[in-house]
Design a protein. Structure first.
Length: 345
């Protein structure tokens, strides 16, 4: 197949930025000035401004061996927007900064930006700037998301109180299992290059890994039911690790019921196939981008009728610790098992 390849050098830095960003005009009225000046100008009027930033490094956070660049662009935006939703706020703008090695062509970056723009369209945010530089090796992407929220409706990690109910949206562990499938196929391919990857029949879990969505719909539900959670965090590093963050910040303990942890049937089956414990995948897998939040017990009726939200457990005194109540009636302490990129233990 003849694939067109334009070297980055042919366009130069300014040409490249121009090429990647022209035609993208702001859609939000809070974006006063987007790309093209020394700085962007925003006006969030009476709202408070919420800002979150993340950096993604090739081979640490993503593997281009099985991640299409368009998906990478989409996911990089979504993971940032998820942090804004986790404040019960609405994302409005993003900036995208890149360090790129000359291994990448202009066409490759067009693919990355196609994913970025797709997410911008879907979530109604404006790309308002960024920075572009070269790297000796690999691709680095840093995205900053900016959003707005009403002062008394922003939800922090530190608001959970004893007696509050702990809730989570969607289902957990599937993205981790999707990653296991992609890693497995990559290794098989390395050893037996003539073999074709076996990806069929795993649509749901692969989608959860390669094209996750942020839970804007849950934030909309909160607004509709006039519910303001007492605390909230997005599940990017695994349920166990997020519960611990929430409890640590709120100075409380918690328990969750094993039987209430939502696991998609496809993820459950795939965990068994891999000889993993499904509950461990749900607790320690990452990149689900669901919302974990607590509510006052008087608001229980409001979440009972919310689609795709379950009550997992309860907030207890700090001295009672953080536990999983197993189906067999045992109490297991929940220990930190989030992804630790720097861990060498
Ligand atoms: P400066 O020299 O002031 O850093 P640049 O030439 O880097 O300006 O950027 C010119 C404009 O293009 C700015 O508005 C900047 O925010 C935007 N920009 C630069 N890189 C990117 C990128 N990768 N994606 C989107 N916008 C970008
Ligand atoms: Mg610059």
């Amino acid at each position: 197949m003849d694939v067109k390849r334009t070297e980055l050098g042919q366009l130069g830095e300014f040409g490249l930025i121009e090429h990647l960003t022209n035609g993208h005009s702001p859609r939000n009225k809070s974006t006063i000035k987007g790309i093209g000046d020394d700085a962007a100008v925003l006006d969030h009027e009476n709202f408070q401004t919420v800002v979150s930033t993340d950096i993604m490094v090739e081979s640490i956070h993503f593997d281009l061996g099985y991640t299409p660049l368009k998906h990478l662009g989409y996911k990089a935006v979504v993971s940032n927007l998820s942090d804004i939703y986790a404040m019960n706020a609405t994302p409005k703008q993003i900036t995208v900064s890149l360090a790129i090695s000359n291994r990448f062509s202009v066409e490759a970056l067009e693919e990355l930006y196609a994913g970025i723009y797709k997410a911008c369209d879907y979530y109604n945010v404006d790309l308002i700037g960024g920075d572009t530089t070269s790297s000796l090796k690999g691709l680095f992407i840093s995205i900053t998301a900016i959003g707005q929220g009403e002062k008394d409706k922003l939800v922090y990690r530190n608001g959970a109180k004893v007696g509050d109910l702990l809730c989570v949206s969607g289902d957990l562990g599937a993205a981790y299992l999707g990653l296991q499938i992609l890693e497995r196929e990559k290794h098989i391919y390395k050893d037996f290059p003539e073999m074709q990857p076996v990806l069929e029949g795993n649509d749901y879990i692969l989608q959860r890994q390669l094209k996750p969505e942020a839970r804007r719909d849950i934030i909309d539900q909160f607004a509709k039911s006039q519910l303001v959670p007492t605390s909230m965090i997005d599940v990017s590093d695994g349920l166990a690790s997020e519960i611990r963050h929430l409890c640590h910040q709120s100075k409380v303990g918690a328990f969750i019921e094993e039987g209430s942890v939502p696991i998609h049937p496809d993820a459950y089956q795939k965990a068994i196939d891999f000889q993993h414990d499904p509950i461990t995948c749900a607790l320690s897998g990452g990149e689900d981008y669901e919302l974990l939040f607590t509510i006052h017990p008087l608001d229980a009726d409001k979440v009972k009728f919310m689609p795709d939200v379950v009550i997992l457990g309860e907030i207890v005194d700090k001295n009672d610790g953080i536990h999983l109540h197993s189906k067999s009636g045992r109490r297991h302490p929940i220990i930190a098992q989030g992804w630790q990129h720097f861990s060498n233990s």
